[in-house]
Design a binder for this molecule. Structure first.
Ligand SMILES: [Zn+2]
Length: 119
């Protein structure tokens, strides 16, 4: 499944961020997933539940923010929110629209907890 490799590389990035911030346990990961990013949010959550405990611990939670698909008309510069995959400018009917948001998958932020000392 495509989402598994997405989540694997996500967890690697998160581990890097945690390490460079002192290595605390990862409590929460906030993720922006574009409507047009090519991944299913439910499958990302599934893969996360499957992979995260081993990689970053059971305490880690995932929060997904969906980003709508936005575009700009190349012809008249109109900003467009794309619905139902209608890649057409409502103002001038041009089909030369460029996607400006909604095709990304990015980490918004992560929350770290200080590691306790185990006796
Ligand atoms: Zn236009």
């Amino acid at each position: 499944m495509h989402e598994y490799s997405v989540v694997r590389s996500l967890l690697r990035q998160v581990q890097e961020i945690a390490r460079s911030n002192g290595g605390g346990a990862i409590e929460m990961i906030r993720l922006a997933v574009g409507e047009f990013s090519g991944v299913e949010c439910t499958l990302v959550e599934l893969a996360f539940r499957d992979l995260a405990p081993e990689k970053i611990g059971r305490q880690a939670k995932l929060e997904i923010q969906k980003i709508p698909l936005e575009a700009k008309c190349e012809n008249c510069q109109q900003k467009i929110i794309i619905t139902n995959y209608q890649f057409c400018c409502p103002r001038c009917n041009s089909q030369q629209v460029r996607i400006t948001a909604g095709d990304e998958l990015t980490i918004i932020d992560i929350e770290l907890r200080e590691v306790g000392v185990n006796a």
